[in-house]
Design a protein around this ligand. Sequence first.
Ligand SMILES: *[C@@H]1O[C@H](CO)[C@@H](O)[C@H](O)[C@H]1NC(C)=O
Length: 375
Amino acid sequence: MASFLFKSTIIHTFLLYVMFSSDLGYPPPFVSTLGINYGQVGNNLPPPEKVLQLFSALKITKTRIYDTNPEILKSFAQSGIEIIVTVENEMMGVVINPQQAVQWVTTHIKPYFPASRITGIAVGNEIFTMNDATLIGNVVPAMVSIHQALVQLGLDSYIQVSTANSLAVLANSYPPSAGSFRQDLMGVMSQLLQFLNATRSPFWINAYPYFAYKDDPNRIPLDYVLFNPNSGMVDPYTKLHYDNMLYAQVDAVIFAAYRMGFGGVEVRVSETGWPSKGDSNEVGATIANAEIYNKNLLRRQLTNEGTPLRPNQRLEVYLFALFNEDMKPGPTSERNYGLYEPDLTMTYNVGLSSLSSTTTAASISLTSSAGEVRH
Ligand SMILES: *[C@@H]1O[C@H](CO)[C@@H](O)[C@H](O)[C@H]1NC(C)=O
């Protein structure tokens, strides 16, 4: 909590950084590390133009979509918003063919780039934990083909290729220093990490402390998963102190990669969130908890911090999700991860709009003195 007292100082420093590091021609990002996943599994979602207005109002400059929806890619042109798109799981078997991959990039990326600032392609979502050996075996070859297609079309220096993993790729995640991949996935994880290392692309993890809490609410302290003040835990091997589960999960992934010889690959959180509603057996899925989790995470994000293992490498996080999605199958929680309702009202007030107006004010007040403060 103490660090939050210094919030305004940190925001100022942070803004100076983003002002001088942002690419020319795009508006400077404010809550720059934070992205929001824009899922579209709903029959009542607002049109992309409205969604763009929401992003602009919130000063959120990064998003990830689960396809290459042309309406979204068209609407987000010239907005400066960074977009990660997805090669759908059903396409793995097609895009492993190099010619089909060129075709895919030519059809789904090229017409929209660079007007729409596509910065990443997720080749599949959570495939490694899907129990389909053929699909699993196709992921890395599909990534290689898509990357080769980007090289051929001159886009590889702008667009990173990776895949989003569920935390279930790990066999161990506690303590973080014991992090390791599942034995049956060692082969594909090694190929994946080799590709990511060679192309300097991030390992994306979808990490939900909520699941751990829901499965074992009597043993897992709620404050630890919600980023509330708590005594936390000390990793007995590294002696690092963890005050929240998300950072512990990320460091477990870093350790798992390190065990395979790839300690240098950056780990980013491609999804995290908390449902505001659930079935009676979904312990902890409440509006109050969802609000606290996302609000606390947002505050930590504003300080630009890393995890205990990589304190100087800011952790990139994409919240899940922008909207409640009424067509999602599964338990009630699945349809209730949204920060917003489809009618654009807030599910709860996570504080994004007030944070973005604070940072706007800070940036304006800094403009005149920015030159002196820059080192
Ligand atoms: C990771 O990439 C670097 C730079 O290309 C290379 O020097 C290194 O050998 C790679 N690491 C592994 C384990 O392949």
